[in-house]
Ligand binder design. Structure first.
Ligand code: C2E
Ligand code: CA
Ligand code: CA
Ligand code: CA
Length: 281
């Protein structure tokens, strides 16, 4: 990335310089966003494929920048991770989501089994006090552990320091659900599914996209379902956009779906209006 000029002067080329500046600006802006409350949490329903009811929701962070407009989490989450801000950001998202869930449970928007699924970065799981913090928050907001799922990617399972493994075990002991996000895209093998107390997997959208059209995608999803049944894991299919895809996941035994077919991630009021426990029965 850095190039050595004649006379040993080190300089960045122009595009590199722009990229670095862009990143630094983003980092400063993100710190400000947390302070200025430019962040909010959107909720996307997790659907019981048979009944069409929302049995839970995934909490997805949103950033409405006053000048730039909405910035995608696919852009700013990696920056937050690199900048050491993911702990702070993750704490904020989780607390906001738990506060929202407590309110929905209290006003009857959701039933007693409804759960919120919250994304956790691999970096957050290297912090040994993380389970203690989550445990304190569950008490503080009065939310039962079984009403919370934490989504983590396979990368967590290959941390060989041992801290993440211990953290994952302690989280499971609290009673929260533990889901492997983007399942099938990692390169860690499947051995960890027996070593880690995972409760479910989320089949990555890249496999769901091909359903109905591409035979191989169907075989992969079928294999994931068979394995999950053997290990007693729940299965959620991500990114279901069409009825063809819904029918295909149902045909191989996937019971929970998430995707634009049912609805995108929306603001809390919109979620409550669309998915009220008694409104959609
Ligand atoms: P993810 O965890 O895999 O979340 C699913 C993404 O797919 C979301 O994008 C969601 O809006 C999108 N999606 C849902 N249904 C469909 C569909 O039918 N079709 C298509 N094409 N997309 C669909 P989003 O909200 O932009 O989030 C992107 C990523 O940013 C997430 O991917 C996750 O990795 C990360 N992220 C979002 N919020 C958080 C957070 O609070 N903490 C952490 N650590 N990461 C987060
Ligand atoms: Ca996720
Ligand atoms: Ca995912
Ligand atoms: Ca993803």
């Amino acid at each position: 990335a850095k190039s050595e000029g004649p006379g040993n002067t080190t300089f960045f080329d122009v595009s590199m310089h722009d990229q670095v500046r862009e990143r630094i600006e983003m980092e400063v802006a993100l710190r400000q966003a947390i302070v200025d409350e430019q962040l909010w949490v959107a909720y996307q329903p997790l659907i019981d494929v048979d009944g069409g009811r929302a049995i839970g929701a995934e909490a997805l962070v949103r950033w409405s920048h006053p000048e730039r407009g909405p910035i995608s989490p696919a852009v700013f989450i990696p920056i937050a991770e690199d900048a050491g801000l993911i702990g702070m950001l993750g704490d904020w998202v989780r607390q906001e989501a738990l506060r929202q869930l407590a309110a929905w449970r209290a006003d009857g928007t959701v039933d007693d089994d409804f759960y919120l699924s919250i994304n956790v970065s691999a970096k957050q799981l290297t912090v040994s006090t993380f389970p203690l913090v989550v445990s304190a928050e569950l008490l503080r907001f009065g939310v039962p552990a079984r009403c919370v799922a934490l989504e983590m990617t396979e990368s967590v399972m290959v941390d060989n320091s041992g801290t993440s493994a211990r953290t994952v075990y302690e989280l499971r002991e609290l009673g929260v659900k533990l889901l492997i996000d983007d399942f099938g895209t990692g390169f860690s093998g499947l051995g960890y599914l027996r070593r880690f107390p995972v409760t479910g997997v989320k089949i990555d959208r890249s496999f769901v996209v091909g359903l109905g059209a591409d035979e191989e995608a169907g075989e992969i999803v079928r294999a994931i379902v068979a394995m999950s049944q053997a290990l007693r894991l729940s299965v959620i299919a991500e990114g279901v956009e069409t009825r063809v895809q819904r029918d295909a996941i149902a045909a191989v035994g996937v019971t929970i779906g998430q995707g634009w077919l049912w609805g995108p991630a929306v603001a809390p009021a919109e979620f409550a209006a669309a998915w009220h426990a008694t409104g959609t029965a």
